[in-house]
Write a protein that binds this ligand. Structure first.
Ligand SMILES: NC(=O)c1ccc[n+]([C@@H]2O[C@H](COP(=O)([O-])OP(=O)(O)OC[C@H]3O[C@@H](n4cnc5c(N)ncnc54)[C@H](O)[C@@H]3O)[C@@H](O)[C@H]2O)c1
Ligand SMILES: [Zn+2]
Ligand SMILES: [Zn+2]
Length: 362
């Protein structure tokens, strides 16, 4: 079949909307009609060639939800018509790490533009095009592997719950599963974009009492308050370390979350964490950036993210949204058609949006 997809031909260049070819689903493939596709900071890293496991040409996009349109002959996990959120860490499903519930450690299926069988699916003429995170969400359809599909309830709006595919699951995983935040904790979040705002809302759900949000855009800080921040700091005009000292009686925070991905802000997070506290680095630092930290053993540094828990927690996160306990509507600053993808990236770079959701069929 033919469909429209946003293709990155070269790093640092605008995406081009192309008419691309998809084959019929292979035995374990699932064809998903994309309803909503969020534009995430990790897509920006792909655009800038900062994620070394992705080669161009590629269709970015990894925060997508849609409806199953067709399935391969061996697929049992989903059926035609099912509503699905696409998961970006499927793993091979048959190695020790995958059996242990840690597909993010799977040595057999890392991040590449290919599906499980090592082959790409999208073509422009004879040229093979990769799919980011085995998904390629900036397109009308995604031909994905069966394990990428996480079936969800059908009354949830797909153009909203698509955010659970990355930003929301990452916020949840970082707060509850990586950092293990306890009620009464004090916390700092540096970077209030689509992911950082989710870290804030789950800190609020975890009953952290002090939640300090840091950004350089006043509008993001306002949104941070809506999501549960108790204090906001504009890093463009205020010294973050001074502000944190003042707000924590000179002690530092129990938990700091870095959600931007620069060496300077990772170090900043480390420095304002109290002795014995924990730094969770959610940002995916570009290769080549080195962070030097003081040689103290009294603070823990860990990586953020949903890790291998996406399959377990995704339907639960949908339930939380439908129950009014998790905010998604507030995070969607703008909806655009597929050909608005470059404008969506420009909005993100300028700090004008938390998330843009692309609606490929409008
Ligand atoms: N670990 C994971 O599993 C995972 C999952 C999703 C995203 N990420 C990463 O998280 C990071 C953030 O993603 P996002 O979608 O929220 O991006 P985003 O662009 O929406 O958010 C980044 C925010 O940081 C702010 N900012 C920039 N420089 C700053 C500074 N010096 N001080 C304070 N604030 C500053 C920006 O204004 C923006 O609000 C990216 O590196 C992305 O790749 C990691
Ligand atoms: Zn595996
Ligand atoms: Zn993402």
């Amino acid at each position: 079949m033919q469909m429209r997809a946003a293709v990155l031909w070269e790093p640092h260049s605008p995406l081009r909307i192309e008419s691309v070819t998809l084959p019929d689903p292979g035995p374990r493939d699932v064809l998903v009609r994309i309803v909503g596709s969020g534009v995430c900071g990790s897509d920006v890293h792909v655009l800038h060639g900062q994620l070394p496991f992705y080669d161009c040409p590629i269709v970015p996009g990894h925060e997508a939800a849609g409806v199953v349109e067709a399935i391969g002959s061996e697929v049992t996990a989903v059926a035609t018509g099912d509503h699905v959120i696409l998961g970006w860490i499927p793993g091979c499903g048959s190695c020790q790490s995958c059996w242990d519930g840690h597909p993010e450690r799977c040595p057999n299926l890392g991040f590449s533009g290919a599906l499980y069988d090592g082959r790409t699916r999208i073509r422009v003429g004879d040229e093979a095009i990769g799919s980011m995170a085995h998904i390629g969400g900036f397109a009308e359809y995604a031909l994905v592997g069966e394990r990428t599909c996480i079936k969800i309830r059908e009354d949830a709006p797909l153009e909203r719950v698509c955010l659970i595919g990355c930003g929301v699951a990452t916020g949840y995983g970082s707060v509850f599963l990586r950092a293990g935040v306890q009620p009464g904790a004090t916390a700092l979040v540096i970077g209030c974009g689509g992911v950082g705002l989710n870290v804030i809302q789950f800190l609020d759900l975890a009953a952290a009492t002090t939640i300090i949000a840091v950004d350089v855009h006043p509008a993001k800080l306002e949104l941070a308050r809506t999501m549960g921040a108790t204090h906001v700091v504009d890093a463009s005009s205020v010294d973050v370390a001074d502000a944190v000292r003042e707000l924590t009686a000179g002690v530092g925070v129990d938990h700091a979350f870095e959600v931007i991905s620069t060496a300077a802000t990772i170090r900043q997070a480390y420095e304002v964490t109290r002795p014995g506290g924990q730094v969770t680095v959610v940002g995916v630092a570009p290769p080549g950036e080195e962070v030097s930290l003081p040689a103290t053993l009294r603070k823990t540094v860990t990586g953020g993210g949903p890790a291998g828990t996406q399959w377990g927690v995704t339907p639960m996160l949908v339930d939380l949204y439908m129950a009014g306990k998790v905010k998604l509507d507030e995070l969607v600053s703008r909806e655009r058609p597929l050909d608005g993808v470059n404008d969506a990236f420009a909005d993100l770079a300028a700090g004008r949006v938390a998330r843009t959701v692309l609606l490929p069929h409008t």
